[in-house]
Design a protein around this ligand. Sequence first.
Ligand code: 1PZ
Length: 212
Amino acid sequence: MSADTFRLQKVLETFRSSLNENKEVYVKYYIAGWQELVTFMNSLGNVFSFISKDVVSKIQILENFLSGESGSHYVTIQSMVKYELENDLVDLTKRGSHPESGCRTLLRLHRALHWLELFLERLRTSTEDSKTSVMCSDAYNESLAQHHPWLIRKAVGVAFCALPGRDTFFEVLNAGDHAQVVALLGESLPLIAEVYQITEDLYAKNNLLELP
Ligand code: 1PZ
């Protein structure tokens, strides 16, 4: 199997690696998890490329910080937040001199991680006649949609209609038969939820949840 083949297992492994014993989140593995998800989206077809392009550009912004001269401050989400806030590197109320801070960029992925969690939980508990498009859009309306303007919500709605059915979806996840996928989802979801919650608490504590 080639290295760029998507496997659900890899997403699980990267998100697992992203948490250290102090419950800090490594940016490197967080974006590696997203990179895996981009591979997955690309395998679903071109309708999703406007979504994966946005994710790729956000991964790139964070990678640039990580490999840049202040890279040591970007090792964990916790150190990134501290560093950017202490050095006034975040536009807090409107976009100005720091339109692409690490904090606001990661916040977009963070919100999307909530969508992922809600969607995968629906998929895990779905039945044969459940529709992926409905699961996706229900999860979307509960999470990301409130942060997106009308035009994006419409485009996303169109993309959802192009989603493959549940059986194909399970196959593309590439983790064995349905029962095995469901088991792996059951294992992955608490991890994703934990990473999400740690980030959410950190952002809430620092009043960063509405960054422009
Ligand atoms: C499996 C099917 C994939 C469904 C994806 C459902 C989520 C739809 C998200 C739509 C994003 C539309 C394109 C760009 C939007 C950007 O404006 C926003 C805000 O960023 P800003 O403009 O402020 O810089 N970007 C986002 O909200 C990030 C969206 C990430 C979407 C990740 C999808 C994850 C897919 C995982 C596949 C299982």
